[in-house]
Design a protein around this ligand. Structure first.
Ligand SMILES: NC(=O)c1ccc[n+]([C@@H]2O[C@H](COP(=O)([O-])OP(=O)(O)OC[C@H]3O[C@@H](n4cnc5c(N)ncnc54)[C@H](OP(=O)(O)O)[C@@H]3O)[C@@H](O)[C@H]2O)c1
Length: 323
């Protein structure tokens, strides 16, 4: 079967290989899932670069998000059967034709969730929900708080803007270009401003939800965060984490890092099922819908990865592992 493999860390376009591998049968407790669609997310590519080399074991198959159809079940599996539509989570490996995964890490997908929604129902919606929860824990009610969202033009940035508006927050989306600002202002409630480290926005914020990292995040912490504020980091699109000096300079504020993977591996199945139920509701209402820029056959991975880094990319890219 067709698969991908990372045998050494480096530029994803150089080190993710397309390979043909044998398909073993599912072991006890496992199911085989024929993957229908998989997403390409920044969080799939960052481990490939070696950024988390201490906790990434080579070789590995990338891809944390997607869905498929159960084709075979190992002994002892009673919760799933061939034909079931599922979201397999808990480890990477979705950029291949067929995946073996413990049945306990597969979640049922309702029939009314369409294919592209199904392929994007996990990583960003569940992270966005956890980010809002982290702020609720800090502030109690979020109503009327002024909360900034960096990289607001990203798929998850749009979801956060909509979720914050639903909480009565005065949400401010921060983007780095005029083009993104215009698009975002059409699509989400709240204010949209342009800003980066060269042109920091003049704002006063109770909280910042950041996916950009240094140096921009350091500037925001120093100059925009109100006393007693909260800063939640969940990404570092600049490639550089928030500097400790910026954090140490604001002992009055609360800093935290949210990683979906940590939550998923500690939350327990009922909490994950409840989060998926919210994700499906959000997909039905449009709250969690991601714009899809293109779907590439897995066999055209090179073209997909080139498109992923194109600054003109306008939405998520999906891979079709069947072709
Ligand atoms: N911690 C977690 O568990 C977790 C989970 C989900 C996502 N994330 C993180 O969330 C971030 C966004 O993910 P996504 O799937 O929503 O990405 P995405 O839809 O691919 O969007 C990425 C967008 O971010 C903007 N961007 C990229 N680099 C930037 C920079 N240096 N400064 C400002 N904006 C920048 C660009 O938007 P414009 O074209 O509008 O500039 C780009 O299109 C990533 O860092 C990802 O790792 C983390």
């Amino acid at each position: 079967m067709r698969s991908t493999l990372v045998s050494q860390f480096g530029d994803p376009r150089q080190v993710i290989a397309l390979v043909d591998v044998e398909q073993p049968a599912p072991a006890a407790g496992e199911v085989e899932v024929a993957l229908s669609l998989a997403a390409i997310n920044p969080s799939d590519l960052i481990p490939v670069t070696g950024a988390y080399s201490a906790r990434t074991t080579l070789p590995f198959v990338p891809g944390f998000e997607g869905f498929g159809i159960v084709t075979r079940t190992g002994s002892g599996v009673s919760s799933l059967k061939p034909g079931d539509r599922v979201i397999p989570i808990g480890a990477s490996g979705l950029w291949q034709q067929n995946l073996l995964r413990p049945a306990e890490w597969c979640f049922a997908l309702p029939d009314d969730i369409g294919d592209t929604d199904a392929a994007t129902c996990y990583v960003n919606p569940l992270t966005a929900l956890q980010l809002i929860e982290a702020l609720r824990k800090h502030f109690g009610s979020l109503e009327r708080r002024r909360i900034g969202v960096t990289a607001a033009g990203s798929a998850i940035g749009g979801m956060l803007m909509k979720l914050l508006a639903g909480e009565g927050v005065d949400a401010i989306g921060i983007v780095r270009s005029e083009r993104s600002a215009e698009r975002l202002a059409r699509e989400v409630p709240g204010q949209v401003v342009i800003g980066d480290e060269r042109h920091p926005p003049q704002l006063r914020l109770d909280a910042i939800i950041d996916a950009v990292g240094a140096p921009f995040a350091g500037d925001l912490i120093r100059h925009t965060l109100e006393p007693g504020g909260a800063f939640v980091q969940y990404g570092a699109l600049s490639g550089v984490p928030v500097p400790q000096t910026a954090i140490q300079a604001r002992p009055d504020c609360r800093f935290s890092f949210l990683w979906l993977r940590t939550w998923v591996h500690s939350a327990g199945r009922p909490a994950i099922e409840a989060a998926f139920a919210k994700s499906f509701d959000g997909l039905r209402s449009g709250l969690f819908s991601s714009r899809i820029a293109a779907i590439y056959p897995l066999s055209q991975l090179d073209a997909a990865l080139a498109h992923q880094v194109d600054p003109g990319r306008d939405g998520k890219l999906l891979l079709d592992p069947r072709c």
